[in-house]
Design a binder for this molecule. Structure first.
Ligand SMILES: Cc1cc2nc3c(=O)[nH]c(=O)nc-3n(C[C@H](O)[C@H](O)[C@H](O)COP(=O)(O)OP(=O)(O)OC[C@H]3O[C@@H](n4cnc5c(N)ncnc54)[C@H](O)[C@@H]3O)c2cc1C
Length: 816
């Protein structure tokens, strides 16, 4: 082995499938001066013992994209890098036991087809045609994925490593990274072979990522589960069938029973995600060893007994097979089960590509995404679902990670229904008036850990988990949400909104700097406005409200979940020697949304404010003897104010407003009602309607672009796009929907062709219609055009609406 170089452009720590793919993709991008450090042999972590399944299925658009890319890379990788590999594309059958499961499959089929994959739904007869040993009497249907298969994870890693080496990248095995420190603009990584300096560093240390993260002052939110699969001996009937058919059986996933069953040579491999699951290395009597290379946990067959029996009933020939071997290995979990790929929060020039629960099928796509982050600072696809900044500090708490990891693992194949709130790891951050909201019937969901009321239940409402197991609009919540919307429209509603992210920017030059970053005009002191931040390609990075207090002094207010993402965007663009400061003051403030025609009368009773001040103004005021900032905006599209308070004054101010509001018909309303109200106004939501998958102009945000400014970030790209004309464009659609409104990424059809996709959908109670926001081929955006929306497999008529709000198009109620 050659000596460790003293310098490299990038150092990757960890040589599993993901680290190797990251190195391969960096080299492919021309960054060949990169070094991978592996403390043992390549694949020594989770990779060597992985079952190697390569599904494309995901109910997440971005993760499906990543897995689709992996599968297509793996098909050609052996030839590309001249490294033969065992990769069997067998197809897979995913069994459905219920109507809801079939709806989920139909939605995924729609997304898959949009991404160019020919996924399909099978009837029980068709399943038996592909899988003759299957019991189908209790099944409603199945999803067939012709691209699914299995790969040898070690060969995959070696192939990626060879490809990277051939392009000039270097791999050092048996060379652990032992620490990292920052010197000037460089990282210095220490190893027993000496130190290596680099511009950028990647933590790809798999289940050791938390330990590696600590060197950078980063607490990686993760935990480690034990995951097992059972290998069976030859099944003569299967061997005979396979020989005659000339191929293997498709992989079977019984997702409602929670296992996969795969043909392994002439035997089988059963891999359950058991409810009675086990975390490892979480208690003092089970410490994480310094080195676990190529090791396994002891077998634990008892945990899998129910799944084994279930699989034997499903595929009876399995009952004739002898058990040959068990594999029980460590598998890391982030609190939502998705990996961490992207910038390491708060740490310059450091990145994460770790905590993969499905790192074999995702390695290919993850390497591409990671390499884009490193070389370009942005990614082709919006990858928020895997962005490390989606978690903030609270999520690093070990107990939280354990509770969420156990929950996700035990429900690995569960359906994620829109009205269901997963119970583990809750109540991490509570509003100062949480108890009052709860007493009023609040049904909560967390946003960046903050519990917010989604809707308010009344005594007798069915609040069981079972009631939430539906994709339908109808449910115990529906009449309550409708009543909440009515209160906001007819009298007044109040919504407790803890955790609104908030940054204070102050000092000379701050206004000019902001203007250089946003596409539009900076509001004048005393005013508030929406600001859009574009990247150099003109794509939508984020949206913030700018509350201008004075020249060079303002608050930027943004989504709770955007807290670290948006702060980093600002910090990254801070000029050297800036005379102004940016401070994250999220935890010091809280907010109430008071909205509805009676809100002025309510505030008049409790505040000293000048309530004649118009829309988009703000002013300091006193309520109950406490300071607050009254901001004349309403995401609900009615007359209204946001009441921003110091966190410690929230309760007193809420109590005063609440008491005064009673005779004015004030009711609490939740996030569900707010979402319904905002969609009627065509207001976009972050990371649905607003993402880097779209440019500012595609997003229909032209009115927030000030072309007269000499320059702003993204301007050249947007100017070019304006000259060439946008190809797809934001639209508001009314939909003749059935029982369900259009979820994110529902396909839009016209004349039998795919013409766009939805970015959000909901029922609008004020207009009595199902509404979808989406992106449509620009030639079809003429108001009145009839198209179709595919919702859970069925197509529904939709009409393109004029550009502007559907409800109160002239904003008269807002300005009242
Ligand atoms: C039983 C089982 C079955 C599975 N089946 C599948 C499957 O069918 N499909 C699928 O997609 N996924 C599967 N997985 C998950 C899959 O194994 C992992 O997601 C994947 O291997 C993660 O790859 P990685 O490169 O991120 O991490 P790892 O493979 O764990 O690699 C991390 C590497 O970093 C090295 N390292 C750690 N610390 C240092 C340091 N300080 N310096 C240098 N090197 C360091 C380690 O030695 C290790 O080699 C399975 C997991 C288990 C346990």
């Amino acid at each position: 082995m050659s000596a460790l170089p003293s310098h490299a452009r990038v150092v990757i720590i960890g040589g599993g499938a993901v680290g190797a793919s990251a190195l391969y993709h960096l080299a492919k991008a021309g960054w060949t001066d990169c070094v991978l450090l592996e403390k043992n042999e390549l694949t020594a972590g989770s990779t060597w013992h992985a079952a190697g399944n390569v599904p494309t299925f995901s109910s997440s658009w971005s993760i499906m994209n990543m897995q689709r890319y992996s599968a297509s890379l793996y098909r050609e990788l052996g030839v590309l890098v001249d490294y033969p590999m065992n990769y069997h594309v067998t197809g897979s059958i995913r069994l459905g036991h219920s109507k809801e499961r079939l709806q989920e499959f139909k939605r995924v089929v729609g997304m898959g087809r949009y991404q160019g994959m020919d996924l399909d739904i099978l009837s029980p007869d068709e399943m038996r045609g592909r899988y003759p040993f299957l019991e189908t009497h209790d099944l409603t249907g199945a999803l067939y994925d012709p691209y699914d298969g299995d790969i040898d994870p070690a060969q995959l890693t070696q192939a990626l490593a060879k490809g990277a080496r051939d392009m000039g990248a270097k791999i050092f095995r048996f060379c652990p990274a032992t620490g990292a420190r920052r010197e000037g603009e460089e990282w210095v990584i220490s190893t027993p072979e000496g130190e290596i300096r680099c511009e950028k560093v990647v933590n790809a240390a798999g289940y050791y990522a938390r330990e590696v993260g600590k060197w950078f002052g980063r607490e990686v939110p993760m935990m480690v589960m034990s995951h097992q699969y059972i290998l069976f001996e030859e099944i003569p009937e299967l061997a005979a069938w396979s020989k005659e058919a000339g191929h293997k059986l498709p992989l079977l996933r019984d997702v409602d029973s929670s296992y996969y069953l795969r043909q392994e040579k002439t035997g089988m491999n059963l891999g359950p995600y058991e409810r009675n699951c086990k975390a490892h290395w979480v208690t003092p009597d089970d410490p994480m060893p310094d080195d676990f290379s190529f090791q396994l946990f002891p077998d634990d067959l008892d945990r899998l007994e129910w799944y084994l029996n279930d699989a034997v009933e499903r595929v009876p020939i399995l009952g004739t097979a002898g058990l040959s071997r068990m594999i029980n290995g460590p598998i890391p979990y982030a609190p939502d089960g998705n990996p961490l790929i992207g910038p390491m929060p708060g740490v310059p020039n450091a990145f994460e590509a770790c905590v993969f629960t499905f790192g074999i099928c995702q390695a290919g796509g993850a390497g591409k995404v990671l390499a884009e982050w490193v070389t370009e600072g942005e990614t082709e696809w919006d990858m928020w679902s895997c962005d490390p900044r989606r978690y903030t500090r609270f999520a690093a708490d070990k107990d939280y990670c354990i509770a969420k990891g156990m929950e996700i693992y035990g429900h690995e194949y569960a359906m994620h229904f829109p009205k269901h709130a997963w119970p583990a790891g809750r109540d991490r951050k509570l509003s100062p008036i949480h108890d009052r909201i709860k007493a009023l019937g609040g049904q909560f969901k967390p946003y960046n850990g903050w519990e917010r009321a989604m809707w308010y239940a009344k005594p007798g409402d069915d609040l069981s988990e079972e009631a939430t197991q539906t994709w339908n609009r109808e449910g115990p919540w529906r009449p309550r949400i409708e009543a909440e919307c009515r209160a906001v429209t007819e009298t007044a509603g109040i919504l407790d909104l803890p955790g609104f992210s908030r940054f204070r920017v102050k000092g000379e030059g701050a206004t000019a700097w902001l203007s250089s970053l946003i596409t539009g005009k900076v509001p004048k002191p005393g005013r508030i406005g929406l600001a859009y931040f574009a990247d150099d390609k003109g794509r939508i990075v984020t949206e913030m409200s700018v509350m201008m207090l004075d020249e060079d002094f303002f608050f930027l207010i943004t989504a709770a979940t955007a807290q670290w993402h948006d702060f980093e965007w600002l910090a990254k663009h801070l000029p050297d020697n800036a005379a102004f400061t940016i401070e994250d003051v999220t935890d010091s403030f809280s907010c109430q949304i008071l909205s509805g025609p009676n809100s002025r009368a309510i505030l008049a009773e409790v505040s000293d404010a000048d309530l004649s001040k118009g829309w988009l103004t703000h002013q300091p005021a006193q309520i109950a003897g406490r300071w607050c900032q009254l901001v004349r905006v309403s995401f609900a599209g009615e007359l209204g104010w946001e009441i921003h308070t110091k966190i410690e004054d929230t309760a007193a101010i809420f109590d005063a407003v609440w008491a005064a509001g009673q005779k004015h018909g004030l009711k609490p309303f939740g996030m569900e009602a707010l979402d319904s109200l905002r969609i009627e106004k065509g207001y976009r939501a972050w990371k649905g309607d607003l993402s880097t998958d779209y440019t500012i102009l595609q997003g229909g945000l032209d009115r927030f672009v000030d072309w007269t400014k000499p320059d702003f970030k993204g301007k050249p790209a947007l100017e070019q796009e304006r000259q060439q004309g946008v190809t797809k464009r934001f639209v508001l659609l009314t939909v003749d929907a059935g029982e369900c409104d259009a979820p994110y990424m529902s396909t839009l059809w016209h004349g039998g062709k795919v013409v766009g996709e939805t970015t959000s959908g909901n029922w609008g109670y004020r207009v009595g219609k199902s509404i979808a926001l989406g992106m449509l081929s620009a030639d079809l955006t003429v108001p009145g055009t009839e198209i179709e929306v595919e919702i859970y497999g069925d197509r529904f008529k939709a009409i393109v609406q004029p550009d502007g709000p559907l409800f109160d198009p002239n904003n008269e109620r807002l300005r009242a």
